[in-house]
Design a protein around this ligand. Sequence first.
Ligand SMILES: C[S@@+](CC[C@H](N)C(=O)[O-])C[C@H]1O[C@@H](n2cnc3c(N)ncnc32)[C@H](O)[C@@H]1O
Length: 238
Amino acid sequence: MFKVEKQNKIFGRRKGKKLSNLQQKNLDKYLNDFSIFPNDNQNKAKLKKINPYNLFHDLKIMDIRLEIGFGMGDFLFDKALSCPNVGFIGCEIFENGVASLLNKIIKYKISNLRVHFGNCLDLIYNLNFSTLNEIYVLFPDPWPKNKHKKRRFFNENNTLYLCSLLKKNGTINIATDIDEYAAQILGIMEKKKNFDLINSNLFQSKIANTWNFNTKYEKKAIDSGRKTNYLIFKKKYE
Ligand SMILES: C[S@@+](CC[C@H](N)C(=O)[O-])C[C@H]1O[C@@H](n2cnc3c(N)ncnc32)[C@H](O)[C@@H]1O
């Protein structure tokens, strides 16, 4: 059913400014405890098939939500804090973002959040199908130059995978301030007969403040006067 084109190359920035001592200490000491794929004895994330319910086994959580490319982790952290009965999983390749989220997880003793510090494709290819209630992809890297567009997260294959991870009635929530990328995503999703576009403000006809996710890139878009396309797709049946 799936054509697995593992384009596992990572294109985004992996590191930014030097981590603080606390961030480095937390990464070294605690990342493994909150990792979706714990490290092997060579200290590398060991990929394997994951049933996300097992990540929150002790909490008996049945509602699990995923964020891809969580950036500095603000959205994911706020959600995990305000919804303790929901399990959140997120992935990010940017070390400073992972370190920043980890600091908050530890400071606020968050137990319903797990992370994958690495390529989101390694995560989505390894999650069990029909297990997630919500997926968020907020401001995916736009790669605006024509020669780089194939680096975009949303393509037929990745989208097919993403859709298969959702349960019936689950939603994919997407934000992008690049109209042309929004149109590309819409084109891909329109072919999926088991999904409905349940809400959108496509091409900036209107901004609904209630949809704001308060992420760093959303704030950047607002500050520079760019409007954001918000698209929500709901899975009607498996
Ligand atoms: C434009 S930023 C948006 C960050 C955040 N969602 C926000 O709205 O502020 C895109 C994020 O996706 C992450 N990213 C890019 N490629 C990725 C990959 N293959 N796996 C995981 N994260 C990735 C980047 O490191 C970056 O933090």
